[in-house]
Design a protein. Structure first.
Length: 653
């Protein structure tokens, strides 16, 4: 075994040890946090929620005996209390099971599963969505978006069948856990199909616990849009749930299916988001590489969203949920699903005989204008970047795009016109950059003379100082060509965020690209190249070639900066790196970058016809004869550094 093999094995072992340490540290912190919460609930005699907290702590460290011993202790306490309560009411033989005070209804028998009953389905639809509801759980069973299809032309289903869980979770008076997802509900009408054509339609799914005690899920769908109203009505729930409980958990779990051709790109924009009550939108970040993430939100929440690249399923409170817990798990071994999302939100309970909690569900596309109409900051689900990048996208790029879309139906032409508009607006900056490059070109012979005076490597600082002195006397800034380009960078970054999340481009073809929202492919490879993928994107190749040509024309050797030989290599390395990175990205994005390069090239050719480099040289010579300007702080620091190395600037003649 050679030395390299041994080093490799040791590095792998070290990585494993470090990963195990940090993973164990994370689990320990989560465990300790839940134990603190559970102990405080136990001390406050809020036993039902304390059991939940202890069980959650045990899920982090199953070998720890403390959490489950506490659960057993609470069960004994609850059993004693229930026995005492029963003894004070019934003086004859004690019943076989605990009895709710003042009633003949038993808490555990009020919620009975019925394994012999068959699941039935009711369909509700409008012009945009087709929803199927199941009597098992009384829950939304599937959601189909009628105006969209998957990348392989199948119906677009946000969730379906047993890949999702939706229901209430709570404890009865005798500490019996209840999950409504496992109980059969009864529709309050015989209709199996409800069409929201001219007016809203309503479906009520009821679980009857007997003696006028029930839980209703009331669904209302309007003729247009993607919003489903959900009202949860409780009747007599205060007689069935545990004491000291001020909330009931609504659990929602979902396997998120892959909808797009580019799984990698779609996965980048898949995450759980939520909105703090009367505050900002938060959640897991896009492009996260973590296999599992979870977050406890102890404060009030307005909505929680399960989102992918172009579609979202959102649960929205009319007022607020009192808290939330979210978890995201990657499913790398699944060809059908991207992530497994879970959330629990707290529904407040006031203890009245009858209570109704109003909610909504948004089941639809991540379309910026559509989401913004609801006034709930749902448009934040469309990731357009942060800070100034998001501002540019929201108020500039989207406005131009939507204006062009009013008159033009071909999105390839829209991108072309939008690129021309943007480049024309930025042309003053491009022009200043070109003029600066022209000045550097006419000074190149003199820069070469300075370089020849200092051929030794140890004279690099002297050469740099002499060159800067030449630039100053001629009135040329070496950064004059870079600064205008830097000012254009926010636009480039904004486009990088805009195209991959624009649902308008989804499944829109242009030239050889069948879908501008994902990668275009002119050649499918029989193998996959790491980072690059298993296909060849022509727009990405065109972008790369045009970038190299543009950079070659504006290279340092063409502008007099021959003292920077390292830039020659970077000129080719950077475009190739972007080619590898963007090969799996939106064809609309690489098409835009290609157009931007071509238009920049044309602008430079046109500008060259109106720029007289002899006049520029004449003006620079005149600048040299003018009295020297006051030294800037930066130049003074540079000269001081040169003097410390033993170099004295030449005196002006």
């Amino acid at each position: 075994m050679d030395r390299n093999t041994i080093i490799g094995i040791l590095l792998i072992a070290l990585i494993f040890i470090v990963y195990s340490y940090f993973n164990n540290s994370r689990l320990t912190k989560s465990y300790e946090r839940e134990i603190v919460v559970a102990d405080s609930l136990y001390e406050a005699e809020n036993y039902a929620e304390a059991i939940n907290a202890y069980r959650k702590a045990a899920s982090y460290k199953p070998r720890e005996t403390y959490p489950m011993s506490r659960v057993d202790e609470i069960n004994r306490i609850m059993g004693v209390e229930m026995a005492e309560e029963t003894d004070t009411i019934i003086e004859e033989e004690p019943p076989a099971e605990p009895v709710i005070s003042g009633t003949e209804i038993q808490s555990t028998t009020a919620f009975q599963e019925d394994p012999g009953r068959e699941n039935e389905f009711i369909v509700m639809e409008n012009e945009a969505v087709r929803l199927t509801f199941a009597t098992l759980g009384g829950r939304p069973y599937s959601a189909e978006l009628k105006q969209y299809m998957t990348h392989d032309t199948l119906p677009l289903i946000l969730f379906d069948g047993d890949s999702t869980i939706f229901g209430l979770q709570f404890f009865t008076l005798d500490n019996h856990p209840i999950e409504t997802n496992r109980l059969f509900f009864t529709p309050q009408s015989d209709a199996k199909y409800l069409l929201a054509d001219n007016e809203p339609v309503r479906l009520t799914m009821r679980y009857d616990a007997g003696d006028d005690r029930y839980i209703d899920f009331i669904y209302t769908l309007k003729p247009e849009g993607y919003l489903l109203d959900l009202d949860i009505k409780f009747s007599g729930i205060n007689k069935m749930i545990g004491r000291n409980i001020n909330s009931i958990d609504l659990a929602w779990e979902m396997f998120l299916p892959q909808q797009e051709k580019g799984r990698q790109n779609e996965d980048y924009y898949t995450a759980i988001k939520f909105k703090h009550y009367q505050d900002e939108v938060d959640g897991f970040r896009e492009r996260s590489n973590k296999d599992m993430e979870e977050l406890e939100v102890p404060t009030r929440v307005r909505w929680v969203a399960f989102k992918d690249q172009f579609f979202s399923s959102v649960i929205i409170a009319e007022e607020s949920f009192i808290n939330a817990w979210i978890q995201s798990v990657k499913t790398p071994d699944s060809e059908k699903y991207l992530r497994y999302f879970k959330t629990k939100v707290g529904i407040p309970i006031e203890g009245n005989d009858e209570e109704t909690y109003n909610m909504h569900m948004y089941l639809g596309p991540n379309h910026f204008r559509t989401l913004k109409t609801y006034g709930l900051e749902l448009e934040e689900l469309v990731f357009l970047g942060r800070n100034i990048i998001r501002w540019i996208n929201q108020y500039v790029i989207i406005s131009i795009f939507n204006w062009l879309n009013k008159y033009i139906g071909n999105y390839g032409i829209i991108i072309l016109l939008m690129t021309i508009i943007i480049k024309m607006v930025l042309f003053p900056l491009t022009y200043r950059s070109y003029i600066s490059q022209a000045k550097m070109r006419v000074l190149k012979p003199e820069v070469d003379k300075v370089t020849a005076k200092f051929p030794k490597k140890e004279d690099a600082m002297k050469k740099q100082q002499a060159t800067m002195d030449l630039y100053k006397r001629a009135g040329v800034s070496p950064l004059g060509g870079c600064l205008p380009m830097v000012l254009q960078m926010p636009i480039l970054f904004a486009m990088f965020r805009f195209f991959p999340t624009s649902i308008e481009l989804r499944q829109e073809s242009f030239l050889w690209a069948h879908d501008l929202s994902t990668y275009d492919s002119i050649l499918d490879l029989p193998f996959s190249i790491p980072m690059y993928g298993d296909h060849v994107s022509l727009f990405t190749l065109l972008m790369t070639v045009s970038t190299i040509i543009t950079m070659r024309i504006n290279s340092p050797t063409q502008t007099g900066s021959s003292q920077m030989p390292g830039m020659q290599g970077m000129m080719y390395i950077m475009p190739v790196m972007f080619m590898v990175f963007l090969n799996n990205f939106s064809a609309g994005l690489t098409y835009y970058y290609f157009l931007a390069n071509i238009i920049t090239f044309i602008q430079n050719l046109v500008t060259k016809q109106f720029v007289n480099e002899e006049e520029i040289l004449k003006k620079l010579e005149e600048n040299k004869k003018k009295p020297p300007k006051k030294k800037s702080g930066w130049q003074k620091r540079l000269e001081d550094a040169a003097k410390q190395r033993g170099y004295t600037p030449p005196k002006k003649k």
